[in-house]
Write a new protein. Structure first.
Length: 482
């Protein structure tokens, strides 16, 4: 990860980056006359940047349009930082320093965040050619920011990287059992407790959905409970985070039919990765908020004992589910986890899952669809947090009209709802296992990208980690004794 430090002046590096606007007083930068004249021309022409590169030093001035909404300005700065980091790595630059002549220090943090996020690499399995980034250090020259600001940023980025690492691991390493071990390691490092239920315990709890999906696997399932309960927590009833942990999905006997559709299915535990990353950052930041994480985990394979279309599965809460598609396995394991969550009498439950292709088809990778039963205030807070870190959310309707689509003539409900509104009927299925305020986040379009997208990179994105940290930070500053 790119090392971020706070310094008093810009003399620490020969590669300087300055954040300015088209209206900034360039004379205050004390540039050489030739540069000053060229920068003024760039300002007049509304250029995105001015850049001068020499053999051992460089100067880049990024012109920031501050007229837009704050979250849009911040995102534009992150994107600019990502592009510049790519350029500096191409130039084999080792370090750089960034400063700003703008009034808001938020742009400096946004730049550092975009730069740090862009430094992510997953090179664990590279042995013949490791193209490691050369840019390893970024200094921020600022008198208004604090070391706490920089340390917080680093903690959140590291947590995002942890989530991305987990998503990028193949099944040959990251089985359900190994995922639980990775969570234990994260808990020990960050300061939250971890309890792992094995197959015997899962059977005793009558988690029929998780056990059914696991029937075709050669590896046992796990159910992992993460708990962060600080002494002076603002809340008595916990916020519960649930993450889908399907470490690989073949579709089971309803084998995925489309070309290349299995190539990315190691990412089907993206929801679990989101929960682990968020819990790691929240615990390391010592936010005063009581949180529980629940992660049901297994792979979904067409093994000899695999569950089949037509089976009826009794879930943990006693509801009988008619299985019509074994590739709709995520909702089966989430149903048990949501039922288990009720034991905590939670103030709010949020679940994260790469659940439906319908979600991706609806809005692509530009945002995450959410829906559920939580109140309007909670939804608005989450929408704001999504904007703050530019992990945008779109609320979909959750009318009871959709509920009839998952009714079964054989059992209580069925695990698919037909060809229409698949992301909503999946949510309506999950609602049967909740008796508390709850929201469902379908991250199918945002958790894993097949092509590079600026600082989000390629493959695992760690989506949701930064949003949840922002959300819990806001909750931690309010007087809430629920």
């Amino acid at each position: 990860m790119l090392k971020i430090t706070l310094v008093k002046d810009t003399n620490v590096s020969k590669h300087q980056i300055i954040l300015a606007s088209h209206k900034s007083n360039i004379a205050s930068l004390y540039l050489p006359k030739a540069d000053e004249a060229a920068v003024k021309v760039a300002q007049k022409e509304k250029a995105a940047q001015f850049q001068r590169t020499e053999a051992e030093k460089s100067l880049t001035i990024l012109f920031i349009d501050e007229s837009k909404e704050a979250h849009v300005v911040a995102e534009n700065v992150r994107l600019a930082a990502s592009g510049l980091v790519k350029f500096l790595n191409g130039q084999k630059t080792k370090d750089a320093v960034v400063s700003s002549v703008l009034e808001s220090s938020a742009v400096l943090l946004a730049f550092a965040e975009g730069a740090a996020m862009s430094s992510y690499q997953f090179l664990k399995y590279k042995t013949l050619e490791k193209k490691a980034n050369t840019l390893t250090s970024l200094a921020i020259a600022s008198k208004s920011l604090t070391t706490t600001d920089v340390a917080r940023l680093a903690t959140v980025v590291e947590a995002n990287f942890l989530a991305r690492d987990l998503v990028n691991e193949p099944l040959s390493y990251l089985t359900a059992v190994q995922l639980s071990k990775e969570i234990q390691k994260a808990g020990k490092n960050a300061g939250f407790s971890v309890t792992v239920f094995d197959k015997k315990k899962i059977t005793a709890l009558k988690m029929g959905g998780l056990l059914a999906v696991n029937k075709g696997s050669i590896d046992p399932p796990t159910f992992t409970v993460l708990e962060y309960k600080p002494a002076k927590a603002k809340n008595k009833q916990p916020l519960v985070l649930v993450g889908k942990g399907v470490v690989y999905d073949t579709g089971g006997l309803s084998l995925k039919p489309t070309a290349n559709s299995m190539d990315m299915m190691k990412c089907d535990m993206g929801g679990a990765a989101t929960v682990v990353g968020a819990m790691t950052a929240i615990a390391k930041l010592k936010l005063p908020y009581y949180i529980v994480g629940l992660i049901p985990a297994t792979d979904n394979r067409p093994g000899q004992e695999a569950y089949v279309p037509g089976d009826v599965v009794q879930m943990m809460n006693g509801i009988n589910v008619e299985v019509l598609n074994t590739d709709a396995e995520g909702r089966m394991i989430l149903g048990d986890a949501l039922a288990y969550a009720s034991k905590y009498k939670p103030s709010l439950v949020l679940d994260f899952a790469t659940l439906t292709g319908a979600a991706k088809a609806a809005i692509g990778s530009y945002g995450t669809i959410f829906m559920g039963t939580a109140d309007t205030t909670t939804k608005q807070q989450l929408l704001a947090s999504g904007n703050n870190v530019f992990e945008r959310l779109v609320e979909f309707p959750f009318w009871d009209d959709y509920k009839k689509l998952v009714k079964s003539e054989v059992a209580d409900i069925k695990n698919v709802g037909g060809s229409e509104a698949g992301m909503i009927t999946a949510g309506k299925f999950l609602e049967y296992f909740t008796n508390y305020p709850w929201l469902h986040f379908d991250i199918a379009g945002t958790a894993y990208l097949m092509s590079e997208d600026s600082y989000r990179g390629r493959y695992g994105t760690g989506v949701g980690v930064r949003m949840l940290v922002d959300f819990v930070t806001q909750l931690s500053t309010t007087d809430n004794k629920k």
